[in-house]
Design a protein around this ligand. Structure first.
Ligand code: FES
Length: 105
């Protein structure tokens, strides 16, 4: 699904189990999609600190830990919550949809 308001369907909600994070690529975007208790969050997949992929990290509630140097981000707003990361991770607005994870860019 794509429309004039720059909404993009990334995956089906069923593709990401509760408590999991999965990588999806959409055009030139490399994204991490998170499922926490029925809500979905989307960030860039590549860590701002280096080559770590957040989809390979450890999700604990709303906190993703990069498996490269154990930096942490809050997936709700991208804020750094543990070093060595210094720069927030980009987050994407998830728009309501019955069965798919849809972002607005
Ligand atoms: S690459 Fe992610 S914490 Fe260093």
């Amino acid at each position: 699904m794509e429309n004039q308001s720059n909404q993009f369907e990334i995956c089906a909600k069923d593709d990401v189990a509760d408590g999991e994070v999965v990588r999806f690529d959409k055009d030139d975007l490399e994204l991490a999609v998170y499922h926490v208790g029925g809500l979905f969050y989307v960030t860039d997949n590549v860590c701002t600190h280096g080559p770590g992929e957040l989809s390979e990290g450890y999700l604990d509630g709303h906190i993703i830990e990069c498996d490269f140097h154990q930096g942490k981000f809050d997936i709700r707003d991208g804020a750094v919550v543990a070093p060595p990361c210094l720069v927030a991770i980009k987050t994407y607005k998830v728009v309501p949809h019955d069965s798919a994870v849809v972002i607005e860019v």
